[in-house]
Design a protein around this ligand. Structure first.
Ligand code: PAP
Length: 333
């Protein structure tokens, strides 16, 4: 990819003098797209670091805010869609199904990322249009930053945070595919191998994966459990109704008996399914102003797809790294 074509998140043209000074004191690293530095235990491209710092210094939380967090390729798009559908459902009964925001916009456009979208270029973004609906006061934002970094921007506000995690091997394969498609590279074993090495070394964008996951896992145990909800992609696939109800309760919008009887849980799951979302015109042809085509958000969405690509040696190595790093935490995949 030509440098001029690099996504804004990867470039280095928004960083302030202060951030440049900070970067000069941080560990640095490089990948095929650009330079990274390690800030508060997590690797960022420089513009994205600026976005994270802008967020930390200037975000004004509201107690009703909802933050959707994840490591990239862990089910963020799905979590955004489900959350929007849950919070919007009172406004979208069967008589107005076509008005639903998910039918005309991509989940990433409805729920923006804090550090890579809202705060990337500015410390004073206009957040007024991000309420989940005009009648509801909940604003919904997303992030790939680890919990301790997010918390600095929340300044003690009791916002609700939902984390979606996914097993490392499927995340890796999803990253590989996305990287090839987004950078218009051929999907080759050699790109897989370099993505694998960088993932296992922990020096990849937002890595190390295990520290990211652990920040939220520990937060969900140590903080007030009504504050951080830890969800797993695999559990969402395995028992979607149970997990959707869990999410609804956590967000303070539990399903009523009447809703359950009328099939509302199943309708939301259907609306937010990979098949339904990827079939919509907006997701087939739309794209963000600076980001990838929306169609790249959707691939297979399967659990265990990594088996089709990783050699037994690769699997063993990644399993060992994850096991070693999660040891004693009580978290397993
Ligand atoms: P992001 O980090 O770019 O936001 P994210 O949405 O977290 O990506 O993850 C993309 C993965 O979620 C893809 O997985 P795959 O490559 O293994 O197929 C994508 O297919 C999957 N995905 C997207 N939407 C859904 C959905 N509605 N239901 C289930 N999985 C989904």
């Amino acid at each position: 990819m030509d440098h001029k074509e690099l996504p804004a998140t990867v470039r280095e043209d928004y960083i302030s003098e202060e951030t440049k000074k900070l970067i000069s004191s941080l560990p640095v690293n490089k990948d095929s797209q650009g330079n990274l530095c390690k800030y508060q235990g997590c690797w960022y491209y420089y513009n994205t670091l600026q976005g994270a710092i802008n967020f930390q210094n200037h975000f004004q939380p509201q107690d009703t805010d909802v933050i959707l967090a994840s490591f990239p390729k862990s089910g963020t798009t799905w979590l955004k869609a489900l959350t929007v559908a849950l919070l919007e459902r009172s406004k979208h009964h069967d008589d107005h199904p076509l008005n639903h925001p998910l039918l005309s916009d991509n989940p990433h456009a409805i729920v923006p990322f804090l550090e890579t979208k809202l705060y990337l270029r500015t410390s004073t973004p206009d957040l007024t249009k991000y309420s989940s609906s005009p009648s509801s006061s909940a604003r919904v934002f997303a992030t790939h930053m680890p919990l301790h970094t997010v918390k600095e921007g929340l300044r003690g506000s009791p916002c609700k945070i939902v984390y979606m995690c996914r097993n490392a091997k499927d995340v890796l394969i999803s990253l590989w595919y996305f990287k090839c498609k987004y950078q218009k590279l051929e999907v080759t074993r050699s790109v897989l191998e370099s993505t694998f090495e960088s993932f296992c070394g922990g020096g990849n964008f937002y890595g190390p994966f295990w520290d990211h996951v652990l920040s939220y896992w520990r937060g969900s145990l140590e903080d007030d459990p009504s504050r951080v909800l830890f969800m797993k992609y695999e559990e969402m696939k395995e028992e979607p109704c149970v997990q959707l109800k869990r999410l609804a309760e956590f967000l303070g919008v539990p399903f009523t008996e009447e809703e359950e009887e009328s099939g509302c849980v199943e309708k939301i799951l259907e609306l937010c399914s990979l098949r339904s979302l990827s079939d919509l015109a907006i997701n087939k042809i739309g794209k963000t102003s600076s980001g990838p085509d929306y169609k790249l958000c959707f691939r297979k969405g399967e659990v265990g797809d990594s088996k089709n690509y990783l050699t037994p040696e690769m699997e063993m190595r990644i399993d060992m790294i994850i096991e070693e790093n999660l040891k004693g935490s009580g978290l397993s995949f």
